[in-house]
Design a protein around this ligand. Structure first.
Ligand code: PAP
Length: 385
């Protein structure tokens, strides 16, 4: 059983005693570094507290929570290994990671057990907000904007010690598949409401999210997404040809894709339940970020007050989360995205513009991809032109 969310420093201390981290309760022993981390983080519990209201920067919350394992990553992987082995497979464009076709979506094989666990076990709270997107479609930016907007009472956007000035936006939100992959989903239960989370999963992998909570989705012109993905993957494999990435986007075999099915899963939910799913576009965010921040605030039930308008709060949020500002921060210039993914954080901030595809594709390539997407979108009310 999972303890109630943290609400005060005293309950944090109580929680410490209740932490179920226990080597013998795991079917296979955790690697020593987890045990070390759990023990190492314990003394900090007494001196730190998670604020009573969320969202809190997840990186900060982790210092209090520590690593909270329900099952080991190996156990989660082994649980579904037989099923995963039967699924059709394809290699990602960089030829390194394997994708599996699970319920119509290309999911990295390491994420299929997470998808199954998310489908079965994710329990949204009504005031949760989930930022959802395909990779390279504006995730980092929307994470930052949503965090800054939702958390503006506790962290005024103009304040010098705002979390987004010392943390990469991804560090402020728990990444759902990352936690469910590692058997760490109980950490979510320990976060105060309202929670703000992030996922790249298509909606069918997080079915309880709608109408269980609110989802903010961002899509991007697939041509620019392909270009952004290529630049990103080249940080791992410098000789990767753009044509290889382009073909994989056209074929649909990209992580969390096909692109059109991912986008449509959220688009359809947004048209059926506009109060539950807010559908945004990267290009629109670029065109008028302030208008979209207002829309976002209204959607999450936190519209800007007259006093906030007077104080220029929207502009402060836009400025805090702007490409130029985030790109220049140490938190985004140094370090790596993940200890297991040796991509420097600056790879998330390349040029932050729309229409860069013209510099990478022949006109025929562009119209080929446009046609595929237009065919898939026909009759849905969604277009990318
Ligand atoms: P992720 O899925 O790995 O988190 P994601 O943030 O979705 O990546 O996409 C990165 C793209 O968003 C990059 O686009 P580009 O390669 O075409 O430049 C990146 O520059 C852009 N981006 C990141 N932060 C911002 C921002 N604050 N404003 C505008 N664009 C941004």
């Amino acid at each position: 059983s999972i303890p109630a969310p943290l609400s005060s420093s005293s309950s944090n201390r109580l929680l410490l005693a209740a932490l179920p981290f226990n080597e013998s309760s795991l079917p296979c022993a955790p690697p020593p570094q987890w045990l070390f981390f759990a023990i190492f983080s314990m003394p900090t519990l007494a001196s730190m507290a998670i604020p009573e209201e969320g969202p809190v920067p997840f990186e900060d919350a982790l210092v209090v929570i520590g690593t909270y394992l329900v099952s080991s990553p190996q156990q989660r992987e082994e649980e579904h290994a037989d099923l995963v082995a039967t699924l059709p497979s394809a290699l990602e464009a960089n030829g390194v990671k394997k994708l599996r076709l699970y319920q119509g979506f290309w999911i990295r094989d390491i994420h299929v057990p997470a998808a199954i666990a998310l489908q079965r076990q994710f329990e949204p709270r009504p005031d949760d907000v989930i930022v959802a997107s395909l990779p390279k479609c504006g995730t980092t930016w929307l994470n930052a904007l949503t965090f800054a907007t939702m958390a503006r009472k506790a962290y005024p956007p103009a304040s010098a010690d705002h979390p987004l000035r010392r943390l990469n936006p991804h560090q402020c939100l728990p990444f759902l598949e990352g936690l469910f992959k590692g058997g760490r989903e109980a950490e979510l239960e320990l976060l105060p409401s309202p929670r703000l989370m992030n996922t790249h999963m298509p909606l069918p992998m997080v079915p309880s999210a709608v109408p269980g909570c609110r989802v903010v989705y961002v899509c991007r012109d697939p041509k620019d997404m392909a270009v952004s993905a290529w630049h990103f993957l080249r940080r791992l494999q410098p000789d990767l040809a753009f044509a290889v990435v382009f073909e994989s986007v056209c074929d649909g075999a990209v992580a969390f894709g096909p692109v059109w099915d991912h986008v449509l899963s959220y688009w359809r939910a947004s048209t059926a339940m506009p109060d539950k799913v807010l559908f945004l576009r990267y290009e629109e965010l670029l065109r008028d970020p302030a208008k979209n921040v207002r829309k976002l605030a209204r959607f999450i039930g936190m519209p800007f007050s007259a006093a906030e308008d007077e104080a220029g709060t929207v502009d402060s949020i836009v400025q805090l989360c702007s490409f130029g500002h985030l790109k220049g921060l140490d938190a985004n210039k140094t370090g790596h995205l993940d200890p297991l993914l040796p991509v420097p954080r600056d790879a998330l901030f390349r040029n932050g513009a729309s229409g860069d595809w013209v510099n990478h594709m022949m006109p025929e390539m562009a119209s080929h991809l446009d046609k595929i997407v237009a065919d898939k979108m026909r009759g849905t009310g969604l277009t990318f032109q």
